[in-house]
Each structure stands twice: as C-alpha cells, then as structure tokens.
Design a protein around this ligand. Structure first.
Ligand code: SF4
Ligand code: SF4
Length: 290
C-alpha cells in the first residue's frame, strides 16, 4: 500500500485576526472587561482549560484585558469577602460585566447551593444586569454531563433558564478550547458586543466548520485509508480514525481549524464533545464496519 504523506492543513491561529482586532486597538491598556464566573454543576475542567490558553495566554488575558472579579476557584478571596465583592460588582458595573457560567444548572437547590444561596437564583440575578452571558462548556451550553441519562438533578442549560432579552452565547466543548473561551470574551472587550453567532448561538468564527472538514487526516479519509485499531500500522501512519468511531464529521468545533494539537493529533478519535447530548450518544469509540 502506498503511504501518502499527511498534508498538514493546519494554520497557525492568530487571535487578533480571529476576532478582528488591529494592533492599534491593543493600545488602550486602561480598560479591562469585568467578568463574574459562576460555577454550577461542573467538574472545574472548563476553568482548568481556560488557564491553559496560549494565544493570548491566560496570564495576558487576566492581567491586560479582563478583570476577573469573582470565581469560586480562582478568586484570591473566599467566603464572605468574595461573596460581598460579587454582589458589589452587580451594582458597580451594572450592564457592563460579562457573566460566565460553567456547569449545568440544577433544577433544585438540594443539588447545589453556594454560600448558602441558591446557585440557580444567583445566576438569574447576576444575568439581569450583565452585558452578556457566556455559557462556557457543554454543561452550561446544553446541560452536558449533569443532564445525561435520566438527569437526576433536573439540570438545564443556561439559555432555557434565562429570558430571551438577555444576550447569551454558547461556547460548548468538554472542555471548550481555551482560545475560544478567551476569544469570545475578548471580542466583547474590544468590540463591546458578542461576536456573530450561528443559529445555535455559537460564535461563528470558531464553530463554522466540522472538525472533519479541517482535519489534518482528511486526505487519508478521502483515499479510504483507515486505521482499524489504535495500534495497527494504519494508526502508526496517521490514517483516518473514522472506523474507530471518530465523530469529527458531525462535530462543529475549531479543534483542527485552529491548528492546535488536540485529540486527533494525539491519536484519539474526536468524541464530539461540543455537540448537544454527546454523553448520551453511545460510546466514545467504537468499530464502524464501513
Ligand atoms: S463541560 Fe466538561 S469540562 Fe466543563 S464542567 Fe462540564 S464536564 Fe467539566
Ligand atoms: S473521520 Fe475523524 S480522523 Fe478521519 S478525517 Fe474525519 S475528523 Fe479526521
């Protein structure tokens, strides 16, 4: 069998281009976008991912572009101090702060309260005066893991919880791509509004194509060269993982188009983590006959 060379279509990601920011626009260091980040039923993976952004780095983002006023995990303060500060931001930056939500929102307080308060009500309250609400991760975007199966916590997604008049953008993924979370936030920072969204409320710039269409293994797919197991010769030669259950053809996300090494580069199938109900769509890998 003739081994074809992998054609790397990966482009290097340029965050300034992705969100239409010119270098002149970077010259206003005095303003930072206030952000309140509330965690509902989450695993903290979205925040962990956020901290691993390379372009721009999370550190640059936190020091130069946003002012993270509240996060249960990342705030230096805790307890009453952190809670009081959060409440003060609702008033001080009324209509100016971005509310980031991570995790599914439980249907009842018996499943989650923070600082003795209903997290569900706290999110509704915080959203009322927010400039925009961002659902970080598939849990807040679609219900995700907490809503999987029989959904014992009656978890819901953020859009179903809030009235239509509150602008919401979904940034799904489990976890989402760090640069996509930050890119969406920084679009608001630089342009004062949410980026253009698709019909499912995802930023078009990052979710307009499937993982498959931009995949660096697509040349193998087109030539019907497939790995049949994770350790056969095909896998070693980087063949397409479709027969191992890759869900890239049905997954809209920027994993491959943004040119970073992710699941498929690591030799693993795309599990479609940015798609609705992906936890309930059967096994993450599985042999296809075709
Ligand atoms: S989307 Fe994934 S990484 Fe984020 S909180 Fe939910 S399970 Fe964790
Ligand atoms: S099926 Fe998966 S591995 Fe194959 S080209 Fe599509 S996304 Fe890439």
């Amino acid at each position: 069998m003739k081994v074809i060379e992998v054609i790397r279509t990966m482009k290097s990601y340029n965050w300034l281009e992705a969100i239409n920011v010119t270098s002149e626009m970077l010259g206003n260091p005095d303003y930072r976008l206030p952000v309140i980040w509330i965690s509902a039923l989450d695993c903290t993976g979205c925040k962990e991912a956020f901290l691993r952004s390379f372009e721009p780095s999370s550190l640059d983002t936190l020091l130069n572009f946003i002012s993270l006023e509240y996060s249960e995990l990342l705030s230096a303060a805790s307890g009453y101090q952190a809670e009081d500060h959060k409440e003060s931001i609702f008033e001080k930056y009324q209509g100016e702060y971005v509310l980031a939500i991570e995790g599914g929102i439980p249907g009842s307080d018996e499943f989650l309260m923070i600082a003795g308060k209903s997290v569900r009500e706290e999110i509704i309250l915080a959203a009322k005066n927010a400039k925009a609400v961002l659902a970080f991760g598939s849990c807040s975007a679609w219900g995700g893991l907490p809503a999987a199966g029989e959904n014992p916590t009656h978890s819901t997604d953020i859009r179903s919880l809030l009235p239509e008049c509150i602008p919401v953008a979904l940034v799904p993924g489990c976890p989402p791509i760090p640069e996509v979370m930050i890119g969406t936030l920084l679009h608001i920072h630089f342009h004062g509004e949410l980026p253009e969204l698709d019909k499912k409320l995802r930023p078009k710039a990052f979710y307009q194509t499937t993982v498959h269409m931009a995949c660096h293994r697509k040349a193998f797919f087109d030539q019907k060269l497939f790995a049949e197991s994770f350790n056969d010769q095909g896998a070693k030669q980087g063949f397409c993982l479709f027969k191992l259950g890759c869900k890239g053809p049905a997954a809209f996300n920027g994993c491959e188009s943004m040119g970073k090494d992710r699941c498929i580069s690591a030799g693993y199938t795309c599990i479609g983590c940015s798609e609705k109900n992906f936890w309930d769509k059967g096994g993450f890998v599985g042999k296809r006959k075709r």
